[in-house]
Design a binder for this molecule. Structure first.
Ligand SMILES: Nc1ncnc2c1ncn2[C@@H]1O[C@H](COP(=O)(O)OP(=O)(O)OP(=O)(O)O)[C@@H](O)[C@H]1O
Ligand SMILES: [Mg+2]
Length: 235
């Protein structure tokens, strides 16, 4: 039943997306031809509303896109840099990214993982808001740290900003849970689903005054014959 619902929302989202694009184009044209008229306030309001609907539509489309994992052997920092490129980073936020010598090769669906990283970074930017703040990303190799050979890499996203209230903490990954006026509450659910598909896990906590998200993923993906179904492996 859920699959049917996914297809339904996906086709609906696609059908809304195109006319929405035309609306946005028209508003932009009106804006250009009516410089400094009282209409400007209205067109700005229209533009904001269209962008708000657009965010909801894009989130639904990303969320219901349950195409199989498309596995590649990639460097984690490459995925991270692509995610950062998608982001609009305000000047009040310092972003610290690991150096090249911390880079680790992993086998994953880089496009989906890129969107996971983007969601976490974007949440961090929104949490910091207009205050001075920082986002720190770290890559940790569990094998090096523990001397074990379980092949897990840990990716940490820490941000300054208000710590997560205890009543919010248990619900953050729930579908449609949001504390934001314009949020869909699908971002973290998407992150959790994608990490789970990679046989990993994602956790969050308040730590030393920072909000911390940790992603644990295996460096290589091993699939039994049953779960190899639908997985495309290109190394
Ligand atoms: N870095 C963070 N610091 C504090 N709270 C956070 C952080 N990231 C997420 N949250 C909380 O978890 C909730 C769910 O996040 P999620 O990304 O799923 O949805 P959203 O950000 O509200 O909406 P959308 O992702 O569609 O913009 C947020 O509304 C917020 O309350
Ligand atoms: Mg979000």
């Amino acid at each position: 039943r859920f699959e049917g619902l996914g297809k339904f929302s996906s086709s609906m989202a696609h059908n809304i997306r195109n006319p929405l694009g035309s609306l946005l184009n028209s508003v932009e044209l009106i804006k250009k031809s009516n410089l400094d008229t009282p209409l400007n306030k209205e067109t700005a309001r229209m533009e904001r509303s269209i962008k708000r609907i657009s965010h909801q539509i894009e989130s639904i489309l990303t969320f219901v896109n349950n195409t199989p994992l498309n596995l590649h052997s990639v460097m984690l920092l490459d995925i991270l840099h692509n995610a950062v490129d998608m982001l609009t980073l305000p000047k009040n936020i310092d972003l610290h990214i690991p150096d090249d010598d911390q880079n680790i090769n992993v086998e994953c669906d880089n496009k989906k993982m890129e969107f996971v990283f983007y969601n976490l970074l974007n949440n961090a930017v929104q949490a910091i808001g207009h205050n001075q703040g920082r986002i720190v990303v770290r890559i940790r190799d569990e094998d090096v740290e523990t001397g074990n050979k379980n092949g897990t890499v840990i990716l940490e996203f820490a941000n300054s900003g208000p710590s997560i209230p205890s009543h919010v903490l248990p619900h953050m990954f729930d579908p449609l849970f949001t504390t934001k006026k314009e949020g869909t509450g699908l971002g973290l659910t998407y992150c959790k689903n994608i990490v789970k598909l990679h046989k990993g896990r994602i956790t969050t906590s308040n730590q030393n005054g920072l909000v911390l998200f940790s992603i644990y993923i295996p460096k290589t993906q091993t699939f039994s014959s049953t779960d190899a179904r639908g997985v495309v492996r290109r190394v």
